[in-house]
Design a protein. Structure first.
Length: 275
């Protein structure tokens, strides 16, 4: 079977989303599906787990809302995870149909490392989604890995206390601020799950590899190199949505320049090392 994803556009690329309910949270599904839409169309959406268990009760509403097919898997033996085996078997069955251009594996479990490797050997693109605790072996086995902490919904703002008829204006509540991982760096707060600093040296290396003789590199090529070297690289982990915004945070290290696109349509961003 040859690669089927090289010449297709995002709109025509067919993806299969396979979710390990034991190692994923319902709160990330909305953001996860939005993220998957950047890479293609989710033709298959399946989730695996024992939904007779009270631990999986939170999934019911989410599955109905997002049209995700639950694949019931009873725990045959205590301490043994039959869910992983079922997901892997289904992934291989779907792979051999030849209908898909890529797979989205949603889990923080290293048991899916070999599955990701096998799918890539078949010429398919593998997108991994998991928490920051995901073992590096699984992260590196994917073409692209997204930490689900950056996909969680924004917290609901705390309403301002209304005026009291007898005591005038009531004091505003001062709850402990909840900073989302994707906003942490911008807000000056660094949660335990968020990297403490931008990998400047890695970005320098990417620019050096992608640059021409003048030292300038297409920002898209830089981003592609970063994803190949570090599948889990994501500007959102450092409080920025785009790589260009992240580089603008370090004017002493990087220079950015907009140029007209070759076809005359729009602009192309180039980057070079400062100094």
């Amino acid at each position: 079977m040859t690669s089927r994803n090289g010449s297709k556009t995002i709109d025509t690329r067919r993806l299969a989303i396979l979710i390990d309910a034991d190692n994923a949270q319902p709160s990330v599904i909305g953001g996860l599906l939005d993220e998957v839409a950047k890479y293609g169309t989710a033709s298959v959406r399946r989730i695996y787990g024992d939904f007779t268990s009270t631990q999986q009760s939170g999934w019911k509403k989410v599955l109905l809302q997002h049209s995700i097919q639950p694949m019931q898997q009873f725990a045959y033996t205590s301490g043994k995870n039959a869910t992983d085996s079922t997901l892997i078997i289904d992934a291989m069955d779907l792979m051999y149909t030849g209908r898909f251009d890529g797979f989205c594996l949603v889990s923080s479990d290293s048991d899916f490392t070999r599955l990701a490797q096998r799918l890539r050997e078949e010429g398919l693109t593998v997108y991994g989604f998991g928490e920051r605790k995901t073992p590096d072996a699984f992260v590196q086995a994917c073409d692209k890995f997204v930490y689900t902490e950056v996909l969680r919904a924004e917290p609901v703002p705390t309403p301002v206390a209304k005026k009291s008829a007898s005591k005038g204006v009531a004091k505003k509540a001062t709850p402990t601020p909840q900073v989302q991982p994707a906003k942490a760096q911008a807000a000056g707060v660094t949660p335990a799950s968020t990297p403490t600093s931008v990998p400047v040296d890695l970005i320098r290396q990417a620019i050096d590899q992608a640059s021409d003789e003048s030292g300038w590199a297409n920002l898209g090529a830089v981003g592609n190199y970063l994803n190949k070297v570090r599948p889990d690289f994501d500007p959102r982990l450092y409080g920025k949505k785009k790589l260009s915004d992240l580089l603008k945070m370090h004017p002493a290290a990087f220079r950015l320049e907009e140029r007209a696109a070759p076809d005359g349509q729009g602009k192309v961003v180039f980057v070079a090392l400062a100094g």
